[in-house]
Write a protein that binds this ligand. Structure first.
Ligand code: F0G
Length: 501
């Protein structure tokens, strides 16, 4: 498909916001890259400072591997990440760091941690129930009796029968697989478990049988969370003794392991969550005792203008997941930060990975953090300022082409430029492209060939072009995108597919 639309160029060099391929005559052609490693390149391709540092790390004979040791570099990274996120979350709480090699892997680490936490909470609840059953057994030996209500539930007044029935029914409930909560349109990766939290049915459905499922909530309907929780509610039976009477009570069984969200939903089509939703999510998670996990893999590391995009909406997550840009576009790593109040330290032995915590990635990520934080956070300011300028350019196009451009969304350098649906186009070629879900590729191919711009739509919203260049976005590059987008808008206004190159 990439070949068909002329997108399968073989890039030979990359620097800043530019990827280079060789033309037929052997000369290099530079392409402005708005895809930016799916948002991994906050500082651009092969940023000289990062490249220099990477070379230096290797020259220094940095111990890339030193498993089962003090891991000084990974710990330094965890400490520096704490400084930054505690400032942004305005908390004194500590965050423990777990390391992996990619975004999806970090999501899976968070899934495993959340399930361990859920298991521990179930064990605590069961221990309480066991204690209550033994207390009731003693009370019965001393003359207490089983209430009529309890007898009706378990089918008899005999206490041993009641205890056996409580154990049997509770074992049935405990056998239910865990569930997760996530938002409709959300994207959290494509590994075995993470893909089940990714809403797109095409990615998720073939692998449904392999992992725990999520219940998806529309991002504009937080009031539905309570309904979904109620739908899935199940309880364990507990035993009470009062005034010589043994009774049964229901205790909520923690069926939901976690609620995963993206503060700016990327793949869904660049939808920033509102402060109101952030508050509603926190409240729901507190009410139902479920940890709130912010997937900042794409939105984090300064792309929004703050280190965490959630900071701007007052989001208070229990875990934070980072990857992509944390490795400076060179190293592959993912980090999960878990609030100390939620942290289950056994995970550190139960989940390991050979390259997780490796010295090279950790030191490179430390460098990235330093670069972000340098000069009073100049990088964050640049993301905000360059992003605002690019957004203003897109808004101006929308004002000139309201018939073609539906909406401009996003924060900082995570922007979405959404076109109106063209399925009713008067041009048969355009209609056919929409039918084959190929219009975004036609547009992408045209922008590439005619304007030397590399840009894609988001996977779950094919009308939205996603713009995520580095903070070194220049005025010239903004002008190039302005011209390219206007050209597309004029072609679509004229419904003249013959002008697509
Ligand atoms: N979470 C979010 C929010 C993501 O955007 C991605 C990847 C992942 C998790 C998975 O990370 O690819 O390193 O395993 N998003 C890519 C994209 C695929 O198109 O933005 P990964």
């Amino acid at each position: 498909m990439l070949t068909e639309f002329g997108l399968a160029l073989k890039y030979v060099r990359a620097r800043g916001n530019t990827l280079y391929y060789l033309a037929d005559d052997g000369t290099e052609v530079g392409v402005f890259d708005a895809a930016s490693g799916f948002g991994s390149l906050m500082f651009g391709h092969n940023n000289p400072e990062i490249v220099e540092h990477a070379k230096w790390l290797l020259d220094q004979q940095t111990p890339v591997h030193a498993q089962f040791s003090g891991y000084s570099f990974a710990l330094n990274l965890a400490a520096e990440l704490n400084t930054v996120i505690r400032r942004e979350l305005q908390t004194e709480d500590k965050f423990f760091a777990l390391f992996g090699n990619s975004g999806a892997e970090a999501v899976e680490i968070s899934i495993k941690h959340a399930e361990m936490d859920r298991g521990a909470r179930i064990a605590e609840l069961k221990a309480e129930i066991d204690t209550h059953v033994e207390q009731a057994r003693t009370a019965v030996a001393n003359g207490a009796r089983v209430s009529a209500d309890a007898a009706a539930v378990v089918g008899g007044t005999d206490f041993d029968h009641l205890a056996a029935e409580v154990a049997r029914r509770n074992a049935q409930t405990e056998a239910r697989p865990p569930l997760f909560l996530a938002l409709e349109g959300g994207f959290h990766g494509k590994l075995v478990s993470s893909v089940q939290l990714t809403h797109n049915n095409e990615f998720r459905a073939p692998f449904k049988a392999l992992a725990a499922q999520a219940r998806f909530i529309p991002r504009d309907r937080p009031e539905l969370i309570a309904k979904v929780v109620e739908d899935e509610r199940s309880t364990l039976l507990d035993v009470t003794v009062q005034d010589g009477v043994v009774d049964l009570v229901e205790r909520d069984f923690p069926i939901f392991a976690a609620f995963l969200i993206e503060p700016i939903m990327g793949e869904a089509g660049i939808f920033p969550l509102s402060a109101q939703l952030a508050g509603a999510l926190r409240e729901a998670c507190d009410t139902f005792g479920v940890p709130l996990i912010a997937d900042e893999i794409q939105s984090g590391m300064g792309r929004s203008g703050t280190f965490l995009a959630g900071t701007q909406i007052g989001l208070k997550p229990d875990y934070i997941i980072l990857a992509k840009a944390l490795g400076g576009g060179v190293a592959k790593l993912g980090v999960v930060l878990v609030n100390e109040h939620r942290y289950r330290k056994d995970i550190e032995l139960i989940h390991t990975s050979t390259y997780g915590r490796d010295g090279f990635s950790s030191r490179l990520a430390l460098k990235v953090l330093q670069m972000l934080e340098a000069d009073d956070g100049k990088a964050y300011q640049l993301a905000a300022e360059r992003g605002a300028k690019a957004k203003a350019m897109m808004e101006a196009i929308k004002a000139d082409y309201p018939d073609v451009v539906k909406e401009v969304r996003g924060v900082g350098l995570m922007l979405g430029f959404e076109l109106h649906d063209q399925s009713d186009s008067s041009s048969p070629e355009i209609r056919e492209a929409v039918e084959h879900e190929a219009l975004a590729f036609v547009i992408g191919g045209h922008l590439l060939r005619k304007h030397q711009i590399r840009i894609f739509s988001t996977a779950s919203n094919l009308e939205t072009m996603r713009f995520e260049p580095s903070i070194h976005l220049s005025d010239e590059e903004i002008a190039r995108v302005d011209a390219g987008f206007r050209d597309i808008c004029q072609i679509l206004r004229d419904q003249d597919a013959s002008r697509f190159e």
